[in-house]
Design a protein around this ligand. Structure first.
Ligand code: ZN
Ligand code: ZN
Length: 181
């Protein structure tokens, strides 16, 4: 793994064979981390710049109750500013083109899952370890129904760090309280 340039697409099959097992094992988690951070930054700005929110990002928010196909429904300008964030992992690590393809597939599944409205994993989230690893669509579902907060992808790490998920946490606690009553 190198840093920044040259871009990933110039590398040969031989380069892929020469990659160490360690770098092959950690590369997708690194992509996830980069995507979570840079998607937060881009998405946060799409909301906080009023003109941009109204004329660009609001198109995606026309879908209030999220459905998987809605993950691909957005303004072309949003596509242009989001792709560098999504591909930040492969670009920053100078990953082989093969990993960029793998990442594109993985990220597409993440986008489909986060807009599904379902929490498929809740039945498997039985221990603190699996609870922190398995994905949850409810954060992005909250984002669509409330038009704010939970701006990150995957684990919403920056949201958890700076508190832009606090309203979501209160909301889920209240929901649980009403259910238990
Ligand atoms: Zn949004
Ligand atoms: Zn969305």
């Amino acid at each position: 793994m190198g840093v920044f340039f040259p871009p990933p697409f110039s590398r040969s099959y031989q380069d892929l064979q020469n990659e160490s097992l360690v770098s092959q094992l950690v590369i997708i988690p690194i992509f996830i981390l980069c995507d979570d951070i840079f998607t937060f930054i881009v998405h946060f700005l799409l909301h906080k710049i009023p003109y941009v929110y109204k004329y660009v990002h609001y198109l995606h928010h026309e879908i209030k109750y999220s459905v998987s196909i809605g993950s691909q429904y957005f303004h072309p300008i949003e596509f242009l500013v989001t792709v560098p964030a999504v591909m930040s992992g492969p670009l920053l690590t100078h990953a082989h083109l093969f990993w960029s393809f793998v990442w594109t597939v993985v990220k597409t599944f993440e986008a489909i899952h986060s807009h599904s409205g379902f929490d498929f994993m809740k039945y498997y989230r039985t221990s603190p370890v699996t609870k922190s690893i398995l994905l949850d669509a409810s954060e992005h579902t909250y984002h669509h129904t409330h038009y704010q907060d939970c701006y990150g992808a995957w684990y919403c790490l920056i949201d958890k760090l700076i508190g832009t998920n606090l309203n979501f946490v209160k909301f889920t606690e209240k929901k649980q309280y009403s259910k238990d009553k």
